[in-house]
Design a protein around this ligand. Structure first.
Ligand code: ADP
Ligand code: MG
Length: 254
């Protein structure tokens, strides 16, 4: 692995007495695509949310491109960052949700320019030009004036990807980006993600699309019960899983 872009070390997270992450370690190199598989409830979403500090780990640390998320290191002490500084860090981590989460009262173009203008102070003219380039990239150049409710789920998810890219993140996190879509719309979204992978975008993708994992992932990570059970190249994890829990999971989804 070259430069480490995402560095998750010993992360623990509990909700009440439910320990959801039990010491997760994960390293993602610059330009690497990691696909995370695992049964429902295994902690995949919580892991992604911890990586961009939507959830604060109880123990352990997350580094993005060498910066600790949520903390400043001074000497050998760690100080919690103020919310404002956390927001600034979070802008380096793009997040694409299962349910798109577009602003319903804003047009496609407005959805994409909102964050760069509001949080990055990008001039509106520049933000619009960039948004149009991104819409072209996700195949939606003709939809800039549409409202989300007039788009298919697949189109909405492609807008959500364009919106995430508008902040020029160092890493993109996808949480089951195709799970809410009708089957015939899954392909168009996976194609966009595949295109991003080819162009060297660092990504962590939680998905149940095993074929996609096989094609696109550099590394497949299998999680169960809050730990990484095994990880490796797709051919290894998907075709020759070493752990019985990985085998049991794959026999259900393949
Ligand atoms: P996955 O994405 O793998 O399905 P999650 O990370 O969503 O798993 O959830 C793991 C466990 O954590 C589940 O038992 C879930 O109920 C619990 N959980 C997740 N988020 C919260 C929360 N905000 N409050 C309480 N429990 C939560
Ligand atoms: Mg989830």
């Amino acid at each position: 692995m070259g430069e480490v872009m995402v560095d998750v070390r010993g992360v623990h997270k509990s909700f009440g007495d439910n320990e959801v992450l039990r010491g997760v370690d994960l390293r993602v190199g610059a330009g690497e695509v990691v696909v995370v598989l695992g049964p429902s409830g295994s902690g995949k979403s919580t892991l992604l949310r911890t990586i961009n500090h939507l959830e604060k780990a109880d123990r352990g640390l997350v580094g993005i491109d060498g910066d600790l998320i949520g903390y400043r290191r001074r000497g050998d002490k760690l100080y919690e960052l103020r919310e404002r500084d956390v927001l600034r860090q979070r802008a380096h981590v793009g997040f694409v949700f299962q349910n798109f989460n577009l602003f319903p009262h804003l047009t496609v173009l407005e959805n994409i320019v909102e964050a760069p203008v509001a949080t990055r102070r990008k001039p509106l003219v520049e933000a619009r030009a960039q948004a149009r380039r991104l819409l072209d990239r996700v195949g939606l150049a003709d939809k800039e004036s549409a409202y989300p409710r007039h788009l298919s789920g697949g189109q909405q998810q492609r807008v959500a990807i364009a919106r995430a890219l508008a902040l020029e993140p160092k890493v993109l996190l996808f949480d089951e980006p195709t799970s809410a879509l009708d089957p015939e719309l899954v392909g168009e979204v996976l194609d966009v993600i595949r295109d991003l992978a080819r162009s060297g975008t660092t990504m962590i993708v939680v998905t149940h699309e095993i074929g996609f994992a096989r094609d696109v992932a550099d590394t497949v990570v299998f999680m169960d019960a809050g730990v990484v059970v095994e990880q490796g190249p797709p051919a290894q994890v998907l075709d020759e899983p070493q752990h019985p829990r990985t085998r049991a999971f794959l026999s259900k989804v393949l």
